[in-house]
Write a new protein. Structure first.
Length: 170
């Protein structure tokens, strides 16, 4: 990754996307802020396919800055990233993508090495959270209000699409 990057990289931040059984599709998104792109390496911890929620990517969307409404209008080609255990995906944070439903009974882990702000500021990036595996919420917090919001977006996906489309105009 150091060889690929146009700026100096520290060690990456260490994470893992745990796509839980019977999850729902995320909204299409870029990671972090579009104005602050960073490199991402995803590693398949298990064989990953459409059944257990292989990520969907929107082809070519890292090449220019897309607003959500432009994604809806231009409809870039969508691809599922099917991976064998150990396969590596190298992408920028600004490639539009989303987690997809895991229709199996097993969680689908996918490692995420990310270089926001040039990478981890720790000597050992695995020291994060005192070196313990720590489960964190993702796009929605876990307080009651956030859970209701999440459930509403799950029940009526068009609500989320409309909300994000309107927000992306401003
Ligand atoms: O788990 C995935 O397939 C992708 C998750 C993702 O894009 C995210 O949480 O930002
Ligand atoms: Fe993401």
């Amino acid at each position: 990754m150091r060889g690929l990057s146009c700026s100096a990289l520290r060690a990456p931040n260490i994470g893992c996307n745990l796509n839980l059984p019977h999850s729902h599709a995320q909204n299409e998104h870029v990671d972090g802020y579009a104005s602050l792109p960073f490199l991402v390496v995803n590693v398949a911890a298990v064989d990953t396919n459409v059944d257990n929620g292989a990520m969907e990517i929107l082809r070519g969307t890292h090449r220019s800055e897309y607003k959500y409404w432009q994604i809806l209008l231009e409809r870039p080609q969508r691809l599922r990233v099917n991976l064998r255990q150990g396969d590596v995906v190298i992408r920028t944070s600004t490639l539009w993508h989303r987690g997809m439903p895991n229709r199996t009974d097993k969680p689908r882990p996918m490692l995420a090495f990310t270089w926001e702000d040039g990478g981890s500021s720790r000597e050992d990036p695995y020291d994060v959270h005192d070196g313990r595996i720590t489960f964190l919420p993702n796009r929605f917090a876990t307080d009651l209000k956030s859970r209701i919001r999440e459930q509403a977006f799950v029940a009526v996906p068009s609500l989320g699409t409309a909300y994000h489309a309107v927000r992306s105009f401003f």
